[in-house]
Ligand binder design. Structure first.
Ligand code: NCD
Ligand code: ZN
Length: 367
């Protein structure tokens, strides 16, 4: 017998699901936010901004442009360029960040806070990922900056990997937590810290055991895939990102954390587009482009885990609470209707190959 009902998926959430034969066919939830996003700049903005604003109400905008965003004036100008690329009829708030260099002064940080547009400062250990050459060479030397961040209550967003060439690429996150992060947290217990794009069971445990001042974002690619997807039967450069995909048991630990209802874990896509030619070459860039289907893919993962009722809080509440921002009032509707991801999207004068290019995604935006 076919039954079609609209019901609250659980009493504490605002999610509504249409079910046919107990299978969810339509999902209505609070419009989510993306707590880790690379939009890039210039001619590619129309594509990257469109994909994100179709899905998300707000996003933490990463500052690692070729010439990084190191002060409030630059962040203001970048925010303006993003808003100029906004399609009509969309409300979207780019939450800007500053790239932490050892030149960052207390005066500049005070200016950032006063501007009201800066929501976090991003720490990249030097050389750790795309456009991180201007990052931090000695974590200890920037303790005075952590002190100021703590005093001004500015969240610290961290790419938590070491860049030491001696350390195996698969161990870089774990070693950063062991060698640096524990010490930072001990020295600055009130500092709010977001460990970005966690990839290991060690990071999951670390976050769970830390105080409520410590949280983590989880990407869609790290929930969907492990390193086999990238390396088995041929190298798939569009799955190469940093931190690199790990073993299946780490993927499972991330999934368990994401659907656990623990508010320390929330959505951050780390959608990081690169032109096709810079991914498909002898030394390809790190980053997966996921903004074109982000919430749909998270829905797929949560559904497969039997946890669709946990998606809304992960995607729309926990991050906002951590950043102390109001929940969005707008709603987002997804329908169970498979669609094929295009082979490529235009990316300025080039093109970008999206995740799942040429393949099916089972959830679709209902616009
Ligand atoms: C990001 C990028 O391309 O900017 N790349 C990635 O692999 N995730 C940078 C980052 O977040 O590490
Ligand atoms: Zn990133």
């Amino acid at each position: 017998m076919t039954t079609s009902t609209i019901l609250s998926i659980d009493n504490s959430s605002n999610t509504y699901a249409n079910k046919i034969n107990n299978i969810v066919t339509k999902l209505t939830m609070t419009r989510p936010d993306d707590w880790h996003l690379h939009l890039r700049d210039g001619a590619v903005l129309p594509t990257t901004v469109r994909h994100s604003v179709q899905r998300f109400a707000r996003a933490i905008i990463m500052p690692n442009l070729k010439s990084p965003i190191v002060n409030t004036d630059q962040a203001q100008a970048y925010q303006k360029r993003i808003l100029q690329a906004l399609p009509t009829h969309y409300n979207f708030k780019p939450l800007m960040t500053l790239y932490l260099t050892d030149q960052l002064t207390t005066t500049e940080l005070q200016k950032a806070v006063a501007s009201g547009i800066i929501y976090a400062v991003k720490l990249y250990p030097s050389g750790v990922t795309t456009n991180s050459a201007s990052g931090i060479k000695s974590i200890e030397s920037i303790y005075p900056i952590f002190e100021t961040l703590q005093r001004l209550d500015v969240p610290l967003s961290i790419h938590a990997e070491v860049s030491d060439p001696q350390i195996d690429i698969f161990d870089r996150e774990k070693v950063f937590l062991e060698d640096y992060l524990g010490k930072i947290i001990k020295s600055f217990p009130e500092l709010r810290i977001i460990i970005e794009h966690i990839t290991t069971s060690q990071a999951v445990d670390f976050v769970k055991e830390a105080s409520t001042q410590v949280a983590a974002t989880i990407t869609i690619q790290h929930l969907l895939y492990n390193r086999n997807a990238m390396l088995l039967g041929g190298i798939r450069p569009h799955l190469y990102c940093l931190p690199i995909l790990k073993r299946a048991h780490h993927q499972q630990a991330l999934l368990t954390a994401a659907i656990s209802g623990n508010p320390k874990f929330f959505l951050g896509t780390d959608s990081a587009p690169h032109a096709q030619s810079t991914k498909e070459c002898s030394c390809g860039c790190a980053g997966c482009y996921t903004a074109h289907a982000a919430i749909e893919l998270y829905a797929e993962v949560f559904e497969q885990a039997g946890a669709l009722d946990k998606l809304e809080a992960f995607a729309a509440f926990y991050g906002a609470d951590f950043y102390r921002l109001p929940h969005n009032q707008e709603r987002l509707q997804l329908v169970k209707a498979a669609w094929t991801v295009p082979d490529a999207y235009s990316f300025g004068a080039n093109q970008v190959i999206p995740l799942r290019a040429g393949e099916k995604v089972t959830w679709k935006l209902d616009c």
